[in-house]
Design a protein around this ligand. Structure first.
Ligand code: AHG
Ligand code: MN
Ligand code: MN
Length: 337
């Protein structure tokens, strides 16, 4: 007997698109393509210790970071599914210097471009800590029927039509947001399908966990240090005591923040004076997801989603999570400006 109460990702996205008059189904197809790449990456992540997929690929990427073999594998899987699908005209990836314009008859007629971090948390691969894939989907501004252009990619995050991530953790989950809401799907390995497990996710307005790399404390602005001190000294009376957690995989830290509430911060440091995390591949998708889920995401002075990008690889500081904590953070962090 088939359990009709459990919806697969495909069934769910098709139900959504059937509700929208004149919808083309391209977004459902795009999510199906991404979920296929996710399943392939998941298989590789799961057997990482057994095959020759751990370790460095002996190259440095455009971000100046050491590339891991799984970064390369994941990047190729994402590009492969999107290039051969029917919904994507081109992509930008954290791992590639330039945008990739697919430029074939079908792709040129496709509505969307996708920007992604194929493998987030690469420094955790070799030690079995949760890692992920992050993506943001934009409607093209260039003329349909022609190849897409760089203007399609240099759009502020508020223009995303969908954003999501996959976390390869103690279970593998795909979470995605559209303006209709945020929904989470857990991979059921017995049927190889992502199944709706977390419908209509809302980020709690408060939380008990703050997430920041405490090792860089001495590199933060005085205002950020002051706010971290406030968080560390919260008592029962003002919402504390809080717990501090920071995995080194944004995807894992923000998945927890989305579900349990809390605040995640990656401020400016003296080593990374523009911030470390990437606006287009990491911050915009999560800002979109968290905002749709009733949370907030700021760069210290403005909404992440309002930042007008000038470069696809640009970095930003980020303060993101439960509404009340991010508002409180802003009252300290904005003080200095
Ligand atoms: P990536 O693996 O895609 O390069 O991203 C890693 C990012 C992010 O996931 C994480 O929050 C941050 O780098 C951790 O960096 P530090 O350990 O330097 O704080
Ligand atoms: Mn990343
Ligand atoms: Mn990455």
């Amino acid at each position: 007997m088939i359990n009709r109460n459990i919806l697969t990702l495909d069934e769910f996205t098709i139900r959504q698109y059937r509700k929208i008059p004149n919808a083309s189904g391209e977004l459902s197809a795009l999510l199906r393509d991404i979920s296929l790449a996710a399943k392939r990456i998941n298989v590789e992540v799961n057997k990482a210790g057994l095959v020759d997929i751990l370790g460095d690929a002996n190259v440095t990427n455009v971000q100046g970071e050491q590339v891991k073999k799984l970064d390369v594998f994941s990047n190729n899987q994402m590009i492969g599914v999107l290039k051969h699908g029917i919904s994507c005209a081109g992509i930008a990836s954290e791992e590639l210097d330039d945008i990739v314009i697919f430029d074939d008859d079908v792709s040129n007629k496709s509505k969307y471009v996708v920007m992604f971090d194929p493998l987030d948390g690469s420094s955790n691969i070799d030690t079995n800590v949760s890692i992920g894939t992050i993506f943001g989907v934009y409607r093209r501004v260039s003329e349909l029927g022609k190849p897409c252009s760089v203007d399609d990619f240099l759009q502020p995050g508020i223009k995303q039509v969908a954003a999501g991530y996959i976390v390869y953790g103690s279970s593998t989950m795909l979470v995605y947001a559209t303006r209709r809401g945020v929904n989470g799907f857990t991979l059921d390995p017995s049927i190889g399908e992502f199944c709706l497990s977390h419908p209509d996710i809302i980020c709690p307005e408060d939380g008990k966990i703050y997430s920041v790399n405490g090792g860089y404390y001495s590199q933060y602005d005085t205002s950020v240090k002051k706010y971290i001190d406030i968080l560390q000294n919260k008592t029962k009376e003002n919402g504390g005591p809080l717990t501090q957690r920071f995995t080194g995989s944004m995807v894992a830290d923000l998945h927890r923040t989305l579900i349990k509430g809390g605040i995640f911060m990656y401020p400016l440091t003296t080593d990374n004076p523009n911030g470390k995390l990437r606006l287009m591949y990491e911050c915009n998708p999560f800002a979109f997801i968290i905002e749709i889920a009733n949370g907030m995401a700021l760069n210290g002075t403005q909404r992440i989603l309002d930042v007008q990008p000038s470069n696809i690889h640009q970095r930003v500081p980020i303060f993101i999570g439960s509404k009340n904590l991010v508002k409180e953070c802003l009252s300290y962090v904005a003080e200095k400006k």
